[in-house]
Ligand binder design. Structure first.
Ligand code: FES
Length: 232
């Protein structure tokens, strides 16, 4: 009885280490084995793992291993969630900065053609303007020609300087009072209509406005060689 009492005290002392699952006779067997074996290393009876209520090594470790596995899984999930959150937090601005310029659509710019006093009624005048164009991340500038026809004090017509046939630059013929294209003998009236040659449509007109005493326009190119006026 003394031995059993001592064993039970050991059992309570070891409860925190998970040994409380051993049946009482296990502790008794361990104690007897220790006494019989002297001060050497105690040996467990071979029948220990087979008796009723006795757990083998795997059974003893399974609950602890399952708990440890659950904690590791939970920590892995928390770390993965934090990593995903940080990736989204840092990645979205980078993605927007990377593809933003490519998705951005440039609005046509109003360009000055000069003061109103520089245009005479009924006399077409050629003007060159510098146009900035953005293609994705690349911005280029080019010089484009337009023709300005002043119809009255406050009425204008602006023509794109490209012939609507294949895009050659045309000129105003003072004597004939018509526009002539040298490439294929295309001819246009001062109103822009086709008078001769292969051009499939009249000259392309552009938007205009008067701002602070200046005539301004938005340069726009259109597809060449076809009858419809289709922006490019
Ligand atoms: S490009 Fe003007 S007529 Fe052909």
């Amino acid at each position: 009885m003394v031995a059993v009492s001592v064993t039970l005290r050991k059992r309570r002392a070891n409860a925190s280490r998970g040994l409380s699952r051993f049946a009482p006779h296990v502790y008794l067997s361990v104690y007897l084995a220790t006494v019989q074996g002297g001060c050497g290393t105690p040996t467990l009876p071979s029948s220990l793992g087979a008796g009723p209520g006795v757990m083998d090594d795997n059974d003893v470790d399974s609950p602890l291993a399952a708990g440890e596995s659950t904690r590791r899984t939970f920590l892995a999930q928390v770390i993965a969630a934090c990593a995903a959150f940080l990736t989204a937090l840092l990645g979205i601005p980078a993605i927007v900065a990377a593809i933003g310029p490519a998705l951005k659509r440039e609005r046509a710019e109003w360009l000055s053609l000069g003061s109103l006093s520089s245009f005479e009624v009924g006399v077409p005048k050629a003007v060159n303007v510098t146009v900035a164009e953005r293609d994705g991340w690349i911005e280029t500038t080019s010089v484009k020609g337009v023709w300005v026809v002043r119809q009255s004090d406050d009425s204008f017509v602006i023509y794109n300087g490209r012939c609507t046939h294949l895009g050659c630059a045309y000129s105003w013929q003072v004597d004939q009072k018509q526009f002539a294209c040298p490439c294929h003998a295309g001819v246009f009236g001062i109103d822009g209509n086709v008078l001769a040659g292969p051009p499939p449509r009249p000259l392309d007109t552009l938007l205009w406005r008067i701002e602070n005493g200046e005539l301004q326009t938005q340069v726009q190119d259109y597809r060449l060689g076809i009858a419809p006026k289709v922006p490019v």
